[in-house]
Ligand binder design. Structure first.
Ligand SMILES: [Mg+2]
Length: 277
């Protein structure tokens, strides 16, 4: 643990954004003490949101999965990149045929948002290609259909560009390098919806209604969680429970590196003057 005085570090924090994978859990394994952190914030009346680039699950099934490992999260507190992308694509590309490379469970979000799916026999003529998190659905034929659609002028949308994520079986290859490959092969440039894109953060920040200088972002990804949160004026805590962290993460009055979300002195928030009526 860094030797910064964590009590003073959290003293002016009034709300928290938590990344999920690598912070609260790794696959089906909860990070020890993480559930108690959320319960403690609930008890203290501190508002928080979960902001995740997860695109393998619908919001409902991610909530159910989190509940099954001890995280009872209020539905309005969970912001997923899959849902944000589905809503954005439905708004921006109404009626256009889309090839959506996401896990089957996450596809429900796109159907619910009213996104038009390209017929199975015409996916290589899709007008919009959406790439979510990698997984078994990243078959060659699907990626090749995306390649052909992009060559024909389709727009490319990235749910996120993460290069890896931590699962119960270890660090796993994510979709970022596949998106780079499609860009290189076609000349397309992906529009990014999930972290580190600022509008995705803004959704959660708007929901909390707290100015960014009084918010804390807790994440395990320097590029997707920590750097954008710093740019938005938030305090940040980089945790060591997820991805391997770089040798020289930012450490200053507004950024800290800790072993785990449970290693922070959360009781400092409960002492924030004026926060608790
Ligand atoms: Mg993470």
């Amino acid at each position: 643990m860094h030797d910064q005085d964590e009590t003073s570090f959290l003293a002016d924090v009034a709300g928290v954004l938590f990344d999920v994978d690598g912070v609260l859990r790794n696959g089906i394994h909860p990070v020890p003490g993480a559930a108690a952190v959320l319960t403690g914030l609930d008890r203290a009346g501190v508002d928080y949101c979960l902001l995740t680039n997860n695109s393998t699950h619908s919001r409902a099934s991610l909530l159910a999965e989190l509940a099954s490992i001890g995280f009872e999260v209020r539905e309005d507190r969970l912001f997923t990149a899959a849902t944000a992308t589905a809503v954005w694509v439905a708004q921006e590309n109404s009626g256009r045929q889309c090839l959506i490379l996401v896990a089957p469970d996450a596809l429900a979000e796109f159907r619910r948002a009213g996104v038009t799916l390209a017929p199975p026999d015409a996916v290589d003529r899709a007008e919009v290609v959406v790439i979510g998190g990698a997984g078994p659905h990243f078959r060659y034929d699907r990626l090749n259909a995306a390649f052909r659609a992009l060559l024909a002028g389709a727009e490319l949308v990235a749910v996120h560009r993460n290069t890896s994520w931590m699962t119960e079986s270890g660090l796993s290859l994510d979709s970022g390098p596949f998106i780079a490959a499609l860009e290189q092969a076609t000349g397309a440039t992906a529009a990014l919806v999930g972290k580190p894109a600022a509008p995705f953060f803004d959704e959660a920040i708007g929901h909390l209604g707290i100015s960014t200088d009084r918010l804390l972002m807790v994440g395990d990804d320097l590029r997707a969680d920590i750097m954008p949160a710093r740019e938005l004026g938030m305090k940040t805590a980089l945790v060591r429970t997820g991805k391997p962290i770089p040798d020289d993460p930012p450490i200053d009055a507004r950024s800290i590196t800790v072993d785990s979300v449970a290693a922070l002195d959360w009781s400092a928030l409960a002492r924030t003057p004026g926060k608790y009526a």
